[in-house]
Design a protein around this ligand. Sequence first.
Ligand code: ANZ
Ligand code: ZN
Length: 803
Amino acid sequence: MSVYNPKDIEKKWQDFWDEHDTYVTKNDYDKEPFYALVEFPYPSGQGLHVGHPRPYTALDIVARKRRYEGYNVLYPMGWDAFGLPTENYAIKNKIHPAKVTADNVARFKQQLKSIGFSFDWSREINTTDPEYYKWTQWIFLQLYKKGLAYKHEMPINWCPSCKVGLSNEEVIGGHCERCGTEVIRKVKSQWMLKITEYAERLINDLDDVDYIERVKTQQKNWIGRSEGAEIKFPLKDLNYELEIFTTRPDTIFGATYMVVAPEHPLIEEFKDKLENIDEIEAYKEEVSKKSDFERSELNQGKTGVELKGIKAINPISNREIPIWISDYVLMTYGSGAIMAVPAHDTRDFEFAKKFGLEIVPVIEGGNIEEEAFVDTNTGIMINSGFMNGLNVKEAIEAMLKHVEDKGIGHRKVNYKLRDWVFSRQRYWGEPIPLVYCEDCGWVPVPEEELPVLLPEVENYEPTDDGESPLSNIDSWVNTTCPHCGKPAKRETDTMPQWAGSSWYYLRYTDPKNDKSLADPEALKYWTPVNWYNGGMEHTTLHLLYSRFWHKFLYDLGIVPTKEPYAKRTSHGMILGGNGEKMSKSRGNVVNPDEIVDQYGADTLRTYEMFIGDFEKNAPWSDNGVKGSRRFLERVWNLQELLTDLEEYTPELEKSIHKTIKKVSEDYEHLKANTAIAALMSLTNEFNSFGKISRKDFRTFLMLLNPVAPHITEELWSANKLGGYLNESKWPIYDKSKTVDDEIEIPVQFNGKVRYTVKITQYATQDEVKKVVEEDENYKTQIEGKQVIKEIYVPKKIYNIVVK
Ligand code: ANZ
Ligand code: ZN
């Protein structure tokens, strides 16, 4: 009896697939395409993590199944290789980031290859390759030319440790996503991308794609669409109208004061009128140290200063009301000013309580004792003049109409989404291909001169004033204006890591094209990506950014579809054995190389799929790994049961058809765990029957192959089951043979059989209960009584105790 030894077979088959170009994809436009995509990794110095193979295996299963079903499958892989960790490593160890990247890529690639994924390595891409980033720069120029890239002086999130500006998306709980340092605010001139121009489409087009619900919800919440109104409040005795944004114009009679953001231009405008300007300036100074995140935290104690010397007029109640500044009003949202309705808004309520401001309820049910005010969407208007008696919905509409008629306001939609801060003052990123000329202003580098290459530098560290290290290289910075030919200077900011990943899936369709980002024919054939799986942590970053770029390219006529990805799924994390996130500091990291070395790639793959429901987090377990290995050993030993029979073994046939159905469906729903369970149970059945036909074995191996490709190829060819497994077809099942047999079950009431029901053998207790209760005898048996207890002995009896 031969012994299962993965070392003898895994490398052998990997080399075989490589030599035979088994997974090299041709742009064969006559075949039905299927494009499966997983997020390409950042090649970090740590090497592959056991979290990586989880999604890669899940989609590898789908990709392999599709090939057997006759599709032309594209399943590519590449490297998202620009970014800070590499740069920081380069600074620390004085090695060029390109060299660090190349080393890390080589390591990752070798690791991925050892796991036997069916990636088409001939299409490998790398975002740091000039032939690639040439097109990233080209897309940026198109954005610039359409007015969607602009330079803006703005307070940004600044990481004092990375010395880099961060987008809102990169700030997690007030801290830098990369290094964890607390983020501060800093005013800097940055290149911005107008993603907000696409906000509406980014929400609406979610209706046309098949994304899991939580991804859609997170995107919608992130974009944060708010319908409301902008209304002008005049200042008393001054020729100035203070515009506010509100989602609740119905509550305007309850607006007893106003709050403007401390940065609001109103303060500068009326500096001379403000009696307590010193106090105001001091407060502004204090607030400037806080991030927007800290400022909008709800449970923060309220602070603020009244603008003494000026007053506003509520344009509807005509009452004179005070104006305050407070940090809970953000300059970056709406118009940076609010009408405060303390009776019905939590933050306004806290503020009014603290500073003793008037609270006027305008919605009935709004009792305003300490904590129990009403922030409600229902209820009836009171203290609201002509709106009294209306419900909230009617009142909102009535007030909108009223302010429009009076010409003091209009309907307005606001978004939480901010424009994308696109500049980084770092080295290891794509140079922004623009030149500044004293006479002509910003001028794009001519497209035929792309790529603008990253120059060699001595030192990758940002300068002390936070400028990119590129700014120190005069020979690179100084150039001529492409427009007028006079001396000019290059932009020294580089792009964020999110740039290269915003369009990489397009490049895979035609990765070597030097005339365009990809051939239109290839794009038409392959896009949209049929199935894209990636982490939930990328829902509001990468996924949103790439949808934005795709829509922009669609508007230019470069890509043929509105959306890049037809379907999006997401996986849970693999945690350490102790249930915590795997990390070096927690000492719970598992290295996939060790698992491959000790148990084999097929065991790693099987375990990663068997570990739990794909979308949920799951803790690693060494026993689980061993269990998967034992299963594969049992599979290996099945060859001992092989007979000469070419047809399905009649006694096993039904189970085989059922397993084909179950496994085929489960793979489609990323439920490889339950598919594997079904294959385990079929293995048991094979063993208890004692022999299997060649066809039984063939079907079994084919079903297991997407999960464990090496052992199945080996068993197939060693037992001469016909050609190579990888050239075979996915098995089909006979529906009539998947129907379960009916059995009859007695139903007992207090120990006496009263009737019988027919059920299928595998019915669950709930299913049986339903049949039992639907029976006409059920009613008479429980008439006037109460069911105390129900017990189902599977396939034997259904017991009910009544009283
Ligand atoms: C009066 C009011 C009464 C409000 C009420 C709410 C409840 P969303 O849904 O997030 O868009 N607001 C407007 N601009 C703001 C800013 N720059 N900083 C902080 N808060 C701001 O929230 C819109 C509401 O948030 C607006 O509606 C405004 O308060 C406040 F019972 O106006 B409301
Ligand atoms: Zn010029």
